[in-house]
Design a protein around this ligand. Structure first.
Ligand code: NCD
Ligand code: ZN
Length: 345
């Protein structure tokens, strides 16, 4: 049995860092584990221009623990009025590594997102030409579509036509949750990839209702049936470079989760890497952990792999029941429960 594993330092290819006090509260958890992260732009107001992305990047750098070399990789929030010029400027800056497509109303802070992707042709053509990835929240927002089917229907209605229309566009289907998404990614060219979260690998939709309503397991896309979770595990533990790490760690204060209309988002940065190790370990596929965590994302984004190393040990520890979060607290994934892998200092 492997009790210790050393990897090139991983990167998180899908992360919500928030801003202000929230940013200060969560950044260190990510920095401890990851060298770089693709930082989501769904702030209020959203990061729709290079100027806003640069200013946000400066705020993240200013909040870093001293001596940290963590590199925030910025993204723009796609709108129907985004000009090709903004994409060109962003590409030249070297700081912007993707453009996030939120279908309007699909998730937290997506009100300014896209209603009709055909209105974004100018931006998409520029991205395809410049090799800037489109990062997709893949869910339809049609209220007539069952929430558990929204990813599959999005793939059928929107994603399949999109990749046909822009065959060279680099595209990451973010936080995939279904066997349909795995199949879609497997049947496309190497310019299409997917990120997978620790929570979608560890839990199925029963977790939402275990002994009562569990708001801390609520995220979007929502947890799915066990058959889908198994399809995700098979995909990530196969060593296929089209699937890589993206935590979608999305902090919301306890008071906004445990509410009449609780926010979508699961905080996992505090133990994400350790949880992925648990998944690969259980599947007897620890030999593929490094590719998923540390190689495939960097390769897809055309960035150098990290040369620093980290070590994880099979050692149990207790995830705190809550963490500080500005004036509120944060309930992390696995709160108050045992973790089986530990990051060595
Ligand atoms: C994310 C958030 O809170 O910003 N929430 C979530 O449930 N994943 C937004 C997102 O990635 O959908
Ligand atoms: Zn997200």
């Amino acid at each position: 049995m492997t009790d210790s594993i050393t990897l090139a330092r991983p990167d998180d290819w899908h992360l919500h860092l928030r801003d202000g006090a929230g940013l200060k509260a969560v950044l260190a958890d990510t920095v401890q584990r990851f060298a770089r992260a693709i930082v989501m732009p769904n702030l209020k107001p959203p990061i729709t221009t290079l100027a806003l992305a640069d200013a946000y990047r400066e705020r993240i750098l200013a909040a870093l623990p001293s001596g940290s070399t963590f590199n925030p990789l910025m993204t723009l929030y796609l709108t129907e009025t985004m000009p090709a010029l903004e994409i060109e400027r962003a590409s030249r800056s070297g700081h912007v590594h993707g453009v996030k497509y939120y279908p309007a109303g699909a998730t937290t802070n997506s009100d300014n997102g896209v209603h009709d992707l055909t209105h974004c042709a100018e931006a998409l053509e520029a991205m395809e030409a410049l090799g800037i990835p489109l990062l997709v929240h893949g869910e339809v927002t049609d209220p007539d579509v069952d929430i558990f089917d929204r990813e599959r229907v999005f793939i059928e209605r929107h994603l399949t036509p999109l990749v046909m229309r822009y065959p060279k566009l680099k595209l990451v289907l973010e936080h995939i949750t279904t066997a349909s998404a795995v199949k879609f990614v497997l049947t496309t060219d190497s310019n299409v990839a997917a990120t997978v979260t620790p929570h979608h690998l560890l839990y199925n939709r029963n977790a939402l209702f275990q002994g009562g309503l569990r708001p801390h397991y609520y995220c979007l896309p929502v947890l799915k049936r066990e058959t889908h979770r198994q399809a995700l595990i098979k995909a990530v533990t196969s060593g296929n470079p089209k699937f890589f790490l993206g935590t979608d760690s999305a902090p919301h204060g306890r008071s906004t989760k445990e509410a009449d209309c609780g926010c979508a988002g699961i905080y996992s940065a505090h133990g994400a890497l350790e949880l992925y190790a648990e998944v690969f370990d259980k599947a007897e596929a620890l030999q593929h952990l490094e590719g998923f965590c540390s190689h495939f994302g960097a390769d897809f984004y055309g960035l150098a792999r990290n040369s620093q190393k980290i070590t994880l040990k099979r050692q149990s520890w207790l995830m705190p029941a809550s963490l500080p979060f500005g004036d509120d607290t944060l309930v992390p994934l696995r709160a108050g429960e045992e973790m089986s892998w530990q990051l060595m200092p």
